[in-house]
Ligand binder design. Structure first.
Ligand code: ADP
Ligand code: MG
Length: 351
């Protein structure tokens, strides 16, 4: 038996962290949001395989931090495990940028408020700076990722098919839509092969963000719902299809328009999704296509100490400590809206 060379170990672990094109966009996007950006441009070439560029107007990376920005487990966001209890940022593991360096060619241009001009850094396989030069960008950070998976031919090949390219592009748009909804103040653009394929301006609230992303006819069929409680502390804000709303305009064959967030993080929570579908579908007992998903947004806010986001590498699933209480509250909200209870009992009379 022999120990694997360090470069091989690095490639193996990086390719587990960075699994897809959409995954790179998500990590870069979250870094931009963590940097307090109010404007983010995502540019792709060849569905992201040739180039993914994410430009933000956030606080930038301080000169003293640039040498370690892509070093393994270097992060400016937490200092210890205790900080995870109060986590307010999307990132915390310090592994995305470094992992991307191991599977692509990466340059970072950054400028803080204190810097006179921006600097462009070229990083190597290990995330080290190999060259730097002055550049002319404004405040913020631009990360360019070229030739993704160039050293993992089987994966590059996999994402190169026309079908996969289309799927990834759709997933990227869905992901940006989720951030656009949860961050109304954020200005976002998606450019593919130099063409603006999607964009969203700064708006005031979630309803306006839904209007901007899903359109007026869909939003006309949605109703805002709110629930707040103390024990355990929990806040729910949702937009659900109005009772009896037109089925075809408020449902979809896949979950791409059912947006669930936990503490502003877009998540896939199967049990919550099941509740939404169950209560929504119960209104249409005769509809043969009951396996559909409602167009909806549910924003769950809990104390950071009651949620574990370090469950999956892509952070799309979270562990809620008070899951039963959250499910009960979501169900109560849906019962009050649709008057249906999953246990089959008739809804209690409203006083
Ligand atoms: P994490 O987000 O978990 O800290 P990353 O590898 O994604 O780890 O990023 C490493 C560090 O680089 C971050 O902690 C941050 O300090 C810096 N950084 C990366 N992207 C940006 C950005 N767009 N704006 C400002 N700082 C950034
Ligand atoms: Mg990050």
């Amino acid at each position: 038996m022999k120990q694997l060379p360090a470069d091989t170990v690095r490639l193996l672990s990086s390719s587990q962290v960075i699994t897809s094109v959409v995954n790179v966009v998500k990590e870069l996007m979250e870094n931009s949001l963590d940097a307090g950006a109010s404007s983010v441009d995502v540019k792709l070439e060849n569905s992201g395989l040739d180039r993914i560029e994410v430009r933000d107007n956030g606080h930038g990376i301080k000169g003293e931090d640039t040498p370690v920005m892509a070093a393994a487990h270097f992060t400016s966001k937490i200092c210890s495990t205790e900080d995870l209890e109060m986590l307010e940022t999307y990132g915390f593991r310090g592994e995305a940028l470094g992992s991307i360096c191991s599977v692509a060619e990466v340059t970072v241009v950054t400028k803080t408020e204190e810097d006179d001009i921006s600097t462009q850094y070229t990083l190597n396989f290990s995330g080290e700076i190999v060259s730097q030069k002055p550049s002319h960008f404004g405040q913020g950070t631009t990360v360019s990722v070229l030739k993704l998976f160039k050293n993992i031919p089987v994966r590059r090949q996999y994402y190169s098919s026309t079908k996969k390219c289309k799927e990834e592009l759709k997933k990227i748009q869905d992901l940006l839509t989720a951030y656009a909804i949860i961050k109304p103040e954020l200005r976002l653009t998606l450019i593919h092969n130099k063409v603006v394929v999607w964009q969203k301006a700064t708006v005031a609230d979630h309803r306006s963000a839904l209007l901007a992303t899903l359109g007026a006819s869909t939003v006309a069929n949605l109703l805002p719902c709110h629930h707040q409680q103390e024990q355990p502390e929990l806040l729910l804000d949702g937009f659900f299809p109005k009772p009896g709303a037109d089925y075809s305009s408020t449902s979809n064959s896949n979950p791409d328009k059912t947006f669930i967030f936990v503490n502003s993080r877009p998540v896939h929570q199967k049990d919550i999704m099941k509740l939404l579908r169950q209560h929504y579908a119960a209104q249409y007992p005769d509809d043969p296509a009951r396996n559909r998903y409602p167009t909806a947004m549910l924003k769950i806010t809990v104390p950071p100490s009651s949620v574990d986001v370090n469950l999956t590498p892509d952070k799309t699933q979270v562990l809620l400590h008070n899951k039963e209480a959250v499910l009960t509250a979501v169900e109560a909200l849906l019962v009050s809206l649709y008057g249906y209870r999953a246990d089959g009992d008739p809804p209690a009379e409203k006083q």
